[in-house]
Design a protein around this ligand. Sequence first.
Ligand code: CP
Ligand code: NVA
Length: 328
Amino acid sequence: MDLKGKDFLTLLDFTQEEILYLLDLAAELKAQKKAGIPHKLCQGKNIALIFEKTSTRTRCSFEVAAYDLGMGVTYLDPTASQIGKKESIADTARVLSSIYDGIEYRGFGQEIVEDLAKYSAVPVWNGLTNEYHPTQILADMLTIREQFGYLKGIEFVYIGDARYNMGNSLMIGCAKLGLNFTACCPENYKPNADLIKTCKEIAATTGATIRFETDPAAAVKNADVIYTDVWVSMGEPAEVWEKRIAELLPYQVNKELMAKTGKQTTVFMHCLPSFHDLKTKIGKEMGERFNLTALEVTDEVFESAQSIVFAEAENRMHTIKALMAATL
Ligand code: CP
Ligand code: NVA
């Protein structure tokens, strides 16, 4: 498998074999890390991390993975570079790719990371756009495979705002790898029709199924994985909270919903960060304003034995490391 020089912008650009290769490499590098075996596969290289939105997991994963691989890292925070304000994406790409061996980008529209890749001579990795979050999917799939031992045929339910980066990317990931994907949401929160059509075509070749359901109880019956994300994503205006809460509260993941799968083995997943209690500034503000103790998932589920969110978060680092090792 040769992925050297390849950009990582959306999983649509990768075959099932290529994605499985990245997962296998991540598992191998994870085992090496746990055993204290050095794996400086990219010694002497350097990468740039561009973040136009904030991050904990993605930034830390790219940095630690780069150090483990023997690389140097420059972090450009949402205010620290000229990008977009004084310098175009095309110029930035040509400057950075003459200095660095790889570039990570987190920001707004998918067209920005695509432009960056177009003008860059080195691999560009998408660290989240409004439309896609492909490195998250690698971690999620590794975590599911660790939990169940397989991916094909897993009953995967994504519940909540399915129009945004996580809903889109999980649907693609499930279609590519043969999981049965259900998006449970109101009609107006479904991914766009073109992407659904594309994913159904992919699913037809991998044995996956793609289904939409507005009723949470019907959606989660038989689920192996219940996955949710925040109801308001980075970059969206605060004014949308009221409508989101009104429309998505019936889709909150709580103990009653988890019990409706009919399986003891169902796990709960979330890309994080999560509003599962009122211990964050926004969580507290919304909780007090709308008289809630949690938003997209209750604290009880988040903290339960069924929740594998922290194993999932750890796998961000191992999978991002595999991605860089494979493409550099
Ligand atoms: N899941 C995820 O991308 O987290 P961060 O926003 O903290 O990077
Ligand atoms: N949908 C979320 C994902 C965060 C990892 C956001 O874009 O803010």
